[in-house]
Design a protein. Structure first.
Length: 365
């Protein structure tokens, strides 16, 4: 591949973007492919964009091929593993899709995106469970004919054929539940946050997107699917009159103009940011407790070793200074309190125990 700049691929990228706006995703994917072949800079973004277009065009075989090629080149890019998972999910290769989503979650640094990837991994489990829970059972019906009906694999009850099918011979195909493949993702530039909602056949006349300085509300109406609702308190304020939304047959694009241009949003909404902060605080607290426990064990071991090395006529104060020298604040407080309150008879390094009551030497009778 020639070492050329991203500018060399601009013409193909512009054509591809126009094709996306016109919902011509096949042409968009082809133009992104041309850009990939002549450009090294920005390959991650181009691969992800092409995979997105192929997925929207429901060309999942080609999407998987492109995404796998991308992950071989850039194995540390979370978004490329996400698109690999999307292609596998739509091809019903659920076990492999789950692995890809989990890989994306491990690599992702943004808390909301990590949660989204883990949610897709969970959906793989749910889809697999739905597929395995239903089996086909053949039963005799009136007239001696056979009918195939679905039943739950865990059920022990007899299966009763539906009345309207009693006089039909042959097999009745197992109905497949409809799966809503609507998905949302967001990304940002220095001036805008873009929210892409991949939803088919959105009725633009009946749908509504509402902007407020710190809030986004979305209600998408679709003739053959439930309403898609998105209601979020945004991470930062936006400029309402500069924010827009457009829709096509396959996608709704929402562009939020940042009130504080140049800032970096750590999450799309405030709630996710709070959840992330709480999780981080909890992890830090657990780390501190673990570190304190480890220090306590180390000091208990050190104290025992030091005592073994001292003879009866060694100075108690010399032992005290040796242990006190490199102790942390809690250990020092425990040593001072126990030593002073027991008139030099007790030396403890456990502050959690010492702080509760006065330290008294309990000698042998």
């Amino acid at each position: 591949m020639k070492n050329v700049s991203l500018a060399a691929a601009d013409s193909h990228i512009l054509i591809a973007k126009d094709s996306v706006e016109d919902a011509d995703y096949v042409k968009a994917a082809d133009e992104f492919a041309k850009a990939i072949t002549i450009c090294e800079d920005g390959l991650r973004t181009l691969y992800a964009a092409r995979a997105s277009a192929l997925s929207a065009a429901e060309q999942f075989d080609e999407c998987l091929k492109s995404a796998k090629e991308a992950t071989r080149r850039f194995p540390e890019d979370a978004s490329l593993w996400y698109w690999t998972g999307q292609a596998l999910f739509n091809k019903k290769q659920l076990a492999e899709a789950k692995k890809s989503f989990e890989k994306a979650a491990v690599l992702e640094g943004v808390a909301t995106m990590k949660m989204s990837y883990l949610d897709w991994a969970s959906r793989c489990n749910n889809e697999a469970k739905t597929d395995s829970d239903e089996v086909m059972e053949t039963v005799d019906v009136t007239g001696g004919s056979a009918q195939t009906v679905p039943r739950k694999a865990t059920s022990n009850s007899a299966t009763t054929p539906s009345p309207e099918k009693e006089n039909n011979s042959g097999s009745v195909p197992l109905p497949k539940p409809k799966v809503d493949h609507t998905r949302m993702q967001w990304y940002q530039s220095s001036s805008h946050v873009t929210v892409d909602i991949y939803a088919k056949d959105v009725d633009g006349e009946q749908s509504a997107v509402s902007f407020k300085p710190s809030h986004l509300s979305v209600c998408l109406k679709r003739p053959n699917a439930p309403d898609y609702i998105l209601d979020k308190d945004l991470h930062e304020d936006i400029v309402v009159d500069q924010s827009t939304w457009t829709f096509s047959r396959f996608k709704v694009e929402i562009r939020l103009a940042k009130a504080n241009a140049g800032s970096t949003w750590k999450a799309l909404d405030k709630e996710a940011q709070v959840l992330s902060a709480v999780a981080q605080a909890g992890a830090e607290s657990r780390q501190r407790s673990k570190a304190q426990e480890e220090r306590q064990k180390q000091w208990a071991s050190l104290t025992e070793k030091e005592l073994e090395n001292y003879k009866e006529d060694d100075s108690a104060m010399s032992l005290f200074r040796t242990l006190y020298k490199d102790a942390d604040e809690d250990v020092r407080r425990a040593m001072m309190k126990s030593y002073q309150e027991s008139d030099g008879q007790v030396l403890s390094t456990n502050w959690d125990e010492v702080k509760k009551k006065k330290v008294v030497y309990e000698g042998k009778d």
